[in-house]
Design a protein around this ligand. Structure first.
Ligand SMILES: NC(=O)C1=CN([C@@H]2O[C@H](COP(=O)(O)OP(=O)(O)OC[C@H]3O[C@@H](n4cnc5c(N)ncnc54)[C@H](OP(=O)(O)O)[C@@H]3O)[C@@H](O)[C@H]2O)C=CC1
Ligand SMILES: O=C([O-])CC(=O)C(=O)O
Length: 252
């Protein structure tokens, strides 16, 4: 059984706790200690208000489901402590200098940084872009205005540009764009829309290269406690944890 340390006790943290079947959450940490206490009670884990103490616990892997800021603040320490790290807030890796440092910390410690597919599909074979560069990589995301704290009567484009700029402006909403780029070996262009007529978080991926072209549309059900976060993101981490020890690896 894999011992997991959970960094971030919000919406995704709760879904993981409710479905912890082939792993055990042993330690939890959140910037808000009451949230850690509450989730610890639900998952039979120990809550920690002190991050260093959290890190000293007997965990194999730390799952980050907190924020871009949390990855930046704690990522290197987690790897340095000899733990693997699952990064859901992959937007933190848009910063070249930080990403290089984090990868170096993982290499030195002989550990892995795992970026789950999160709220999209297709990361597996978009990796062919690392071999045969993609000419086009575009993510068009549409969410409800309320999930971004915006009010508008009609569909509205709120961002158009590169992923590393978009994640600076919307760090809780477009981590998927950075993950796409990391998989494909080139940064994604992003168009971000809010639309009062959508009830789902819609991610459309357009890619083109020597291989041909791809169009993927993911129409995600928002998760119950945070409509900006798709339920699929939590399922993606559960799947990653389920397969960690599986000798059979399917998908590129
Ligand atoms: N890659 C992907 O596909 C996806 C990524 N995400 C990302 O995953 C993360 C988790 O999502 P979700 O569970 O819905 O978010 P929530 O806001 O529901 O939960 C996050 C929890 O982590 C806490 N937290 C934030 N920063 C820190 C920190 N520095 N140290 C400790 N705790 C911290 C939050 O506290 P507080 O509320 O005070 O900030 C909150 O309690 C978000 O960053 C989100 O953007 C989400 C969906 C898809
Ligand atoms: O959950 C989603 O649909 C995407 C998301 O919030 C993110 O990538 O940060």
């Amino acid at each position: 059984m894999i011992n997991v340390g959970l960094l971030g006790c919000g919406n995704v943290g709760h879904i993981l706790a409710r479905h912890a079947e082939n792993f055990r959450i042993v330690a939890v940490f959140d910037i808000i200690p009451d949230r850690a206490q509450e989730l610890a009670a639900l998952s039979h884990a120990e809550p920690y208000a002190d991050f260093d103490e959290f890190l000293r616990q007997d965990t194999d892997i730390i799952v980050e489901a907190a924020s871009v800021a949390a990855v930046r603040r704690y990522g290197e320490a987690i790897l340095g402590a000899g733990k693997d790290l699952v990064v859901l807030s992959g937007g933190a890796l848009a910063d070249d200098e930080f990403r290089t440092r984090l990868i170096e910390a993982a290499r030195s410690a002989g550990r892995k940084i795992r970026v789950p597919s999160g709220a999209v599909t297709g990361l597996d074979n978009l990796k062919i872009g690392q071999i045969s560069p993609l000419q086009t990589l575009l993510l068009r995301t549409t969410k409800s205005p309320g999930s971004l704290g915006i009010s508008t009567p009609a569909r509205m484009e709120i961002f158009k540009g590169m992923a590393h700029e978009c994640i600076k402006q919307y760090p809780k909403n477009i981590n998927v764009a950075v993950a796409l780029g990391l998989a494909a070996g080139r940064e994604a262009d992003v168009e971000l829309y809010v639309d009062p007529d959508v009830e789902r978080n819609v991610h459309e991926i357009f890619a083109e290269g020597e291989f041909g072209d791809i169009y993927i549309r993911v129409r995600n059900v928002p998760s119950p406690e945070n409509p900006a976060t798709s339920y699929m993101a939590a399922l993606s981490i559960l799947t990653l944890l389920k397969n960690l020890d599986n000798p059979l690896v399917v998908g590129t």
